[in-house]
Design a protein around this ligand. Structure first.
Ligand SMILES: Cc1cc2nc3c(=O)[nH]c(=O)nc-3n(C[C@H](O)[C@H](O)[C@H](O)COP(=O)(O)OP(=O)(O)OC[C@H]3O[C@@H](n4cnc5c(N)ncnc54)[C@H](O)[C@@H]3O)c2cc1C
Length: 431
């Protein structure tokens, strides 16, 4: 029997502190024995912004020792890995062999289990869709039902991908890696006047770009100047062997306010502009903020990240209305950015077609009041909030934004009949 200890977890965004238990099994027999009475949840690197892999009184089962590459076929790129494998080492392995994962979120310590359970998106979701599209099969463990193999295209697979760890613990997965033409990225910037112009350029580039997003300085009323950033993978030096990452979340300090947000944006925009036309190693381009310890210390009371997927039809009216909300509430976003999405919405995860707008606000009452107002607008226009990123999303808003919730809950009742798997996130969203 593995040991478990009382543990205090803090969500990545700093807004939730949870007292639970932690076990870190290092053998399959320990994992399979982890069945202590009471609720459990799988834990990767804890890099979800929200409290998804922890919960009050809940045992978090960490996958950190389940990080092996089990098989790789150099002809097809099919790779089988344990769920605790982290993106950084896995990418080093693949790049040395001329392959890459098609969907890569923004931190090298994120695990494969976390990628599947949150059905994450990568550098160009309009072209590459979300992580599940590239998973062929997975092994799922449940304390009562044991180990089961689950293939893509089955209802159990659909509930597990983007199921926030609530259908069981993913032990390993088979994933289709893609051939890659190099180990560096050429960055090209197109200046844009506003979020409308950015949308037009992103739409035009989305079918082909390797990396594609826009960044905007929304720190001054009436202005959303920015850049569309396109990355093209190109021949580079040797395959990178190490992806730098900071997991530091130490002391938080209140550096962001009405005076410093414009300064921060000006500095960030200038830094971005210097990258135009440059070729950067993949190590830097894939994870631009991962090594910045300061990113994790930006706010005293945590940052609020809000990410929402808006339909193409709603977009022209949406962003000017949001600008007005910022003005009315006296709130300015610290960072804001767009990505394009394509595909069908799948289950209860963050997927579908449209424009994904992400912005960070200082966590205070004004920001929360603004976001509550925005929730109502989002529900009315059928927009979708990312549950893995937004700590204040309520069960009511989630239910209104998730038409497939009843079918997810029905499948989950089969896969986890006594609701052994729970988390602070599942409690908040009534999942
Ligand atoms: C700097 C940064 C950049 C990011 N960029 C992106 C991005 O570009 N796109 C994007 O979509 N997301 C992004 N994210 C969010 C992140 O990709 C996801 O939240 C991811 O799930 C975190 O993985 P993790 O290994 O840390 O999992 P955790 O945070 O520990 O867990 C996340 C969820 O996955 C479940 N889980 C973990 N392992 C397993 C398993 N073995 N079996 C079953 N369930 C499991 C947990 O129970 C929990 O519900 C970013 C986060 C950070 C901090």
């Amino acid at each position: 029997m593995p040991t478990s200890a009382a543990a205090t977890f803090v969500s990545m965004d700093g807004t939730a502190t949870v007292s639970g238990f932690l076990t870190e099994p290092d053998r399959y027999r320990h994992l399979l024995d982890a069945g202590r009475p009471g609720p459990v949840i799988a834990r990767g690197s804890g890099l979800s912004y929200v409290a998804a892999s922890m919960g009050p009184g809940i045992l978090s089962i960490a996958t950190r020792y389940f990080d092996r590459i089990l098989a790789f076929d150099p002809e097809t790129g099919l790779i089988e890995v344990e769920a605790g494998a982290r993106l950084g080492p896995l990418l080093s392995f693949l790049l040395e062999r001329g392959y890459i994962l098609p969907v890569i979120p923004g931190h090298p310590a994120i695990t494969i289990g976390g990628c599947i359970a949150c059905d994450v998106h990568g550098k160009n979701p309009a072209r590459d869709r979300t992580f599940r599209e590239h998973v062929v099969a997975l092994e799922l463990w449940h304390p009562k039902l044991g180990l089961r193999s689950i293939r893509a295209g089955t209802p159990d697979f659909d509930a597990t991908c983007g199921g926030y760890g609530l259908t069981g613990m993913i032990v390993s997965a088979r994933i289709r890696a893609q051939k890659v033409g190099g180990t560096a990225v050429r960055i090209d910037l197109t200046p844009v006047r506003d979020l409308g112009e950015a949308h037009a350029i992103l739409t035009e580039k989305a079918p082909r770009a390797d990396f594609l997003y826009s960044w905007h300085d929304w720190s001054r009323p009436g202005s959303t100047l920015g850049f569309v950033v396109e990355g093209t993978i190109t021949a580079g030096p040797r395959a990178p062997t190490q992806f730098a990452a900071s997991l530091e979340r130490g002391a938080r300090f209140p550096v962001m306010n009405r005076l410093t947000i414009p300064l921060f944006n000006a500095a960030y925009g200038a830094k971005l502009a210097r990258k135009n036309g440059r070729v950067a190693p993949l190590t830097d381009a894939l994870f631009p903020i991962a090594s910045l310890a300061a990113y994790y210390r930006l706010y005293r009371r945590g940052l609020i990240e809000h990410q929402v997927l808006i339909s193409q039809a709603a977009w022209p009216d949406y962003w000017p209305a949001l600008g007005k909300l910022f003005d009315d509430h006296g709130v300015r976003p610290v960072v804001s950015s767009l990505k394009m999405f394509q595909g069908e919405r799948q289950g209860v995860g963050f997927s579908g077609a449209g424009i994904s707008l992400t912005f960070d606000l200082v966590n205070n009452d004004r920001s929360r009041a603004l976001l509550s107002r925005l929730d109502a607008i989002d529900c009315d226009i059928g927009a979708l909030t990312n549950p893995a990123k937004d700590s204040r999303l309520t069960a009511t808003v989630f239910r209104r934004q998730t038409p497939d919730l009843p079918s997810f809950l029905a499948r989950r009742a089969v896969l986890d009949p006594d609701r052994s798997f729970r988390s602070a996130l599942s409690q908040r969203l009534a999942l």
